[in-house]
Ligand binder design. Structure first.
Ligand SMILES: C[S@@+](CC[C@H](N)C(=O)[O-])C[C@H]1O[C@@H](n2cnc3c(N)ncnc32)[C@H](O)[C@@H]1O
Length: 329
């Protein structure tokens, strides 16, 4: 009993002091720091107690410290819960090629070769004629949804980690991949965010991909910076997203959602669209040099995508992180 009292008296204040120091350190690193909701429903990473001793000096029981540790997370997040909720509610449709995500399925015709060719040219390890030209390439797919892009990248030989903020999406992705034995060793899914992954000291990916995700987050600049940090020096980042122009309002919001109905109504918020020059600026600030920006055009009649010079609506961007960049930039 006496021993426990001594432990409580001396160790708990030390632990609390440590937690407070960590909180202040995080607040300094992430000035917008907020408490992340448990979006994934499978809390994985660092958690710090917010409990402090009151003026009376009453010490909380160790168990309550542990509980509050589990509940509170002082981690910045780019998750916009309203946006994630849209995709969570559609989780059963991810693999219906004629359903709500038809346009994402057909977007693979452009984005898979873009990523494949970009990486083969960059790392030059495997020939494009090989059926698995991305062998030995490690890719992170941020906001992977049901795995529509992660799977074909893994089939090209890459080792892929797909992450998404919605646990429903991750369950669907895992279930779908489980039917292909080829994917078992090469593809894994985690319900988490890019920020959480980074805070867990993950990183060093050959390539980080976030396709059709930037226009759904709360802070694009921050997500771009996190993706750059997760990329190894000399590695690649790929984004596909939507420009902020009157044409993108007409085509991506009114046309696609309300007229052609190829995308569920309410999917896009025009205010969240990103001009390519802004995205390039964010990348440049993170030591990433833009290699290419291509316009992507959707034909609602054929339901197919094709490359085009205008970037007034959808576009893809490939940037390479400077070799001399440190792992923190
Ligand atoms: C339009 S879907 C794109 C899915 C996939 N990239 C594709 O193109 O097939 C956007 C996905 O991003 C996820 N998402 C949105 N914000 C996120 C964030 N901050 N971190 C991780 N995932 C996020 C959503 O849950 C959703 O599954």
């Amino acid at each position: 009993m006496k021993f426990l009292f001594i432990v409580n008296r001396h160790c708990i204040p030390l632990v609390q002091k440590r937690c407070q120091n960590l909180e202040s350190a995080i607040a300094r690193t992430h000035p917008f720091s907020s408490t992340a909701g448990n979006v994934c429903g499978e809390s994985t990473f660092s958690i710090f107690s917010q409990q402090k001793t009151g003026g009376t000096g009453t010490l909380p029981h160790t168990a309550s410290i542990k509980t509050s540790m589990r509940k509170r997370r002082f981690l910045y997040t780019t998750v916009d819960e309203k946006e994630v909720a849209k995709f969570r509610s559609l989780f059963e449709s991810w693999w219906d090629v004629n359903g709500e995500f038809q346009a994402l399925h057909s977007l693979n015709d452009l984005r898979v070769p873009l990523i494949r060719d970009g990486l083969v040219n960059q790392f030059g390890s495997q020939s494009l004629v090989s059926s698995q030209p991305l062998t030995d390439t490690v890719i992170l797919d941020v906001g992977c949804g049901g795995g529509i892009l992660s799977e074909p990248l893994a089939r090209l030989g890459a080792t892929v980690t797909g992450i998404d903020a919605a646990s429903e999406n991750i369950s669907v992705a895992r279930e779908h991949a489980s039917h292909d034995p080829l994917l078992q060793k090469r593809l894994k899914y985690i319900c988490t965010t890019a920020e959480e992954l980074l805070s867990n000291e993950e990183g060093g990916f050959d390539a980080v991909v976030a396709s059709e995700v930037l226009e759904h987050v709360s802070n694009v600049e921050s997500l771009v910076a996190t993706c750059a940090q997760l990329t190894k020096p000399g590695g690649s980042v790929f984004f596909t997203t939507i420009n902020k122009t009157w044409l993108s309002y007409a085509l991506a919001v009114v046309g696609a959602e309300e007229i052609a109905r190829v995308v569920p109504s309410g999917t896009h918020d025009w205010n969240k669209f990103i001009p390519p020059q802004d995205l390039q600026g964010f990348l440049h600030a993170c030591n990433c040099q833009t290699r290419l920006v291509h316009g992507m055009i959707f034909n609602p009649v054929t339901q197919r995508w094709f490359w085009g010079t205008p970037k007034a609506c959808n576009y893809a961007i490939h940037a390479v992180k400077n070799e001399e960049a440190t792992s923190n930039t």
